[in-house]
Design a binder for this molecule. Structure first.
Ligand code: NDP
Length: 256
């Protein structure tokens, strides 16, 4: 993936599922620095990631980041900033999310709060706290226009955020808090794309497909490798024409 070669990147929720695979493939794409962020850097769920960082100490750095906790976001940004230097951050992947299996009739206030904190408010403040480093990357790049090798925010969305999905869903499909939060994430993409256009920072939402992970279930149609290969192909080919877009891992435009 030549477009991402020598890039600096940060991935949230990097300890398992799609986030972990994203770190592995960014490593294969020869990124120069990858910040693999997760909320429990010392726990059993991060063992594979810790091994990866140990084997690639010059490239992969583990960062403690709970996206549902604004203080943790701030703290992580301070640490990453001190390690980035003037090159800045080229790629920010908002991947971490939760999916409480609740319907409109069964979700609690807490389910709604937790889901919004993690899936919407988290990505918003991650973007805000890391914005100085994205701007630094634009300044350091010296390239004209917008490109993923310069600065890009990738919000991992879902087809469950597409209003088109609703008629085909068998009721009661337990995606209520999750779907609504991802619709809000898509709106966050649109605002971010508009408000950071002058900074020459790309921002898109991408649906990874239905993928075999803890969230996607092991009956899903895609493995993480295929999904992330597709997403990185799409990310690597982004231009200003894609700004604020919503697409899937094959590059197909998604209906809002
Ligand atoms: P997983 O459930 O396998 O992994 C979720 C990741 O998010 C874990 O690393 C988890 O960390 C992390 N996470 C959850 N809450 C927080 C938090 N507060 N702070 C930091 N990290 C957190 O999910 P997937 O890998 O399948 O999903 C990745 C992304 O892809 C999500 O945005 C999801 O919505 C999207 N997606 C996935 C699909 C699929 O079929 N798999 C389909 C459509 C979209 P921890 O181990 O600490 O819990």
């Amino acid at each position: 993936m030549a477009a991402l070669e020598a890039c600096t990147a940060l991935v949230t929720g990097a300890n398992r599922g799609l986030g972990l695979e994203m770190v592995k493939q960014l490593l294969e794409a020869d990124c120069s620095k990858i910040f693999a962020a997760c909320r429990d850097t010392d726990g059993p769920n991060s063992e594979v990631l810790r091994e990866l960082a140990k084997k690639n100490p010059d490239v992969v750095t583990l960062v403690k980041l709970d996206v549902a906790d604004p203080a943790s976001i701030k703290e992580s940004a301070k640490k990453v900033g001190s390690l980035l230097g003037e090159k800045g951050l080229n790629l920010l992947v908002n991947n971490a999310a939760i999916l409480p299996q609740k319907t409109m009739l069964t979700c609690s206030v807490e389910d709604m709060h937790n889901t919004f904190n993690t899936n919407v408010i988290g990505p918003l403040f991650v973007i805000r706290e890391y914005l100085p480093y994205l701007r630094a990357a634009v300044k350091a790049s010296g390239k004209p226009g917008m490109s993923p090798g310069k600065a890009a925010v990738i919000n991992i969305s879902t087809d469950a955020a597409s209003l088109n999905m609703i008629p085909s869903m068998k009721e009661p499909f337990p995606l209520f808090p999750y779907s609504i939060s991802k619709v809000a994430l898509n709106m966050l993409t649109v605002y971010t794309a508009r408000d950071l256009k002058a900074d020459e920072i790309l921002c898109i939402s991408i649906h990874p497909g239905w993928v075999r992970t803890d969230m996607g279930s092991y009956e899903a149609t895609l493995d993480t490798r295929e999904s992330v290969e597709g997403m990185l192909r799409v990310i690597g080919s982004l231009t200003e024409k894609d700004q604020g877009g919503y697409m899937d891992y094959t590059g197909k435009t998604m209906p809002w």
